[in-house]
Design a binder for this molecule. Structure first.
Ligand code: F6R
Length: 590
């Protein structure tokens, strides 16, 4: 998703901005651009494509000047083309803006401005420099212009602006989107993602509620949304390095699949006091609602199951983007458990803000400590799995189900038993990885020839069917559909033909016999059955063997061969599993 960076200091701005943008590549983007100021004039280059492509054509890292702003864009408003890449400018090319988020009322604003100005792009962003120019001419100050312009913008945003009207600075402003500031040995930087800062910059300032920052070569001056100076204190940020990779020719996704035993090990280390406090709040709550998107929502489905099975506590899972439609039932006695790797997913944040306005208690599971979600939560459980670089979530999911397993046992007062069981599962996750690597690779060659693959399971394993299907479709573009095994005969069976791959997650637990009946139904229609189980059955065409574990812990081992299967299917189809088309790592727009 879009990322932005600004620099002001004694170094060459473009160099620092370019290397910061490179660290944002994992988020996914389709174009890049950079602007600097030299001799009072704006200079810029931008284009579609990856950073190295834009660099090889335009040498953006070589733009001269000590002040600059840069951007990687993931198109949301306006197609992917050079004109729509950022920076965007006012008509006179005196103000440059890079922007994350969506201007929700861009159409109305454009209509008003179009009477007197001509837009060149089809982005929502372009209204920002136009408004800034209009207000600068009325007020004579860029801070006052920003304060007036943002009063007209609807929706969450973060932007950086730079102008030849005040060439020694850049300006920053954010509402409900991340924008962070650090001082570095050579200057002062702003960025939308903490990962883009140089190592060792751990004292971080953040912006909230339309606050504005002026970044000079001497430091930061902060303003509230009306343009009055405010004081801010930096926060200490505990940054986590990712694991050291063994084989650098591998894709990130496979490295991250392999890091999962470590993800469990690190996620176990949670504050007992926070666990107790969360368990108490959940016990006392009138209703308990999980909210999340994508893979994090699948982890939430496991949470819902564990709360019911272990703690006898009924809960609900509501997809982030649907949360607001249920807000009538949220009250101050509700507990909302928000799960998000990035902590920035706009749909989740929207729900969490709705929950907060109703005074509900918010508990979050989040990997990024400096994220908005962490800041808006009453209790935060850090996932601690390090940077997840592949777009597809793997190790963060493993960390999420670890924390949820712990929490459900705290809720039932059984925390001591589960800690040991979770520690014992660590080597078994590794065994699930090793045992299936070759098998997944050869199976992938079979699946790669089909357009669809179905995943079925029951009970505690049902969400694995959903998660495995999501992994398959997003990285290999083979349509994946996951469902409770019992649902197959209520519609999807119509799609089963000779050879159609069906993955049945059916460990030798209380779900085995019932799932087997559904497998029989599919087999009778010619399906090719891939069984993921600790127990062999003659009906399997291929058996992905997983270790025997405690009944509720099968998801920890069952997901691993299915992540591998998705990965190898992508390779078999010649697709880069780390960078699925049209997707981004952190979805900061609604
Ligand atoms: C799937 C995937 C996405 C994310 C979803 C939520 O592999 O990565 O479905 O799970 O976009 O992201 P977070 O967890 O950052 O809120």
């Amino acid at each position: 998703m879009c990322g932005l960076i600004g620099y002001n200091g004694i170094g060459q701005a473009a160099h620092f901005i370019f290397s910061g943008l490179q660290k944002l590549e994992y988020r996914g983007y389709d174009s890049a651009g950079l602007a600097t100021i030299t001799d009072g004039l704006l200079q810029y280059k931008k284009d579609i494509g990856k950073l190295e492509e834009v660099e090889s054509i335009h040498h953006i890292s070589q733009l001269p000047g000590h002040v600059g702003i840069g951007h990687v864009r993931w198109a949301a408003h306006g197609k992917v083309d050079q004109v729509n890449a950022h920076p965007q400018f006012d008509e006179g090319h005196n103000i440059a803006v890079v922007h994350n988020g969506i201007v929700e009322n861009a159409r109305e604003l454009r209509c008003c401005l179009e009477n007197t100005h001509s837009f060149v792009s089809t982005t929502d962003t372009e209204v920002i420099p136009f408004l800034l120019a209009q207000y600068y001419h009325q007020k004579g100050s860029l801070i006052a212009a920003i304060a007036s312009a943002i009063a007209e913008l609807r929706g969450p945003f973060a932007f950086l602006a730079m102008s030849c009207y005040d060439p020694g600075k850049f300006f920053a402003c954010a509402r409900e989107m991340p924008l962070l500031f650090v001082s570095t040995p050579t200057g002062y930087m702003a960025a939308s993602d903490v990962n883009s800062f140089p190592d060792g910059c751990n004292q971080v300032y953040t912006l909230e509620d339309g606050q504005i920052a002026e970044v000079t070569s001497q430091g930061f001056v902060f303003y509230d949304s009306t343009g009055s100076i405010i004081e801010k204190q930096p926060e200490m940020l505990a940054r986590q390095a990712s694991a050291i990779y063994v084989n650098s020719s591998e894709y990130y996704m496979m490295r991250e699949i392999r890091e999962q035993p470590r993800a469990v090990e690190q996620a176990i280390e949670q504050s007992a006091a926070d666990m107790q406090a969360a368990a108490q709040a959940i016990k006392e709550a009138q209703n308990v609602i999980f909210t999340a998107c994508g893979t994090s929502r699948h982890a939430a489905l496991m949470g819902r199951y564990l709360f019911s099975r272990i703690s006898k506590r009924m809960s609900e899972v509501i997809i982030g983007s649907e949360f607001k439609y249920f807000s009538d039932a949220i009250c101050q006695d509700s507990v909302v458990i928000a799960i998000s790797q990035s902590g920035e997913t706009a749909d989740v944040m929207d729900g969490v803000r709705t929950a907060r306005t109703k005074n509900a208690k918010v508990i979050s599971l989040v990997n990024h400590h400096a994220s908005q979600l962490a800041r808006l939560s009453d209790i935060v459980f850090p996932l601690k799995c390090g940077t997840e670089n592949a777009v597809a979530a793997t190790k963060s999911y493993m960390a999420q189900i670890t924390v949820l397993t712990l929490l459900s046992h705290y809720l039932a007062g059984q925390q001591h038993d589960i800690l040991k069981k979770l520690k014992d599962i660590i080597p078994l996750v590794e065994i699930a990885y090793e045992t299936n690597l070759k098998r997944a690779e050869s199976l992938a060659r079979y699946i790669a020839k089909y357009n669809a693959c179905y995943f079925i399971a029951r009970g505690s394993n049902f969400h694995i069917a959903m998660e495995a299907a999501l992994k398959m479709k997003e990285v290999s573009y083979v349509h994946g559909e996951g469902m409770p095994a019992g649902e197959l005969k209520h519609g999807t069976l119509a799609l089963i033909e000779k050879g159609t791959p069906i993955v049945a997650i059916c460990p030798a637990d209380y779900t085995f016999d019932d799932t087997l009946c559904n497998i029989e139904e599919a087999k009778a229609r010619g399906a090719f059955i891939i069984g993921v189980s600790d127990k062999h059955h003659r009906i399997f065409d291929v058996w992905c063997k997983i270790p025997k574990v405690d009944e509720i812990l099968y998801p920890f081992v069952a997901i691993v061969p299915l992540q591998e299967l998705a990965y190898f299917t992508a390779l078999a189809r010649g697709v880069n599993p780390d960078r699925p088309r049209n997707l981004a790592k952190s979805i900061t727009v609604k």
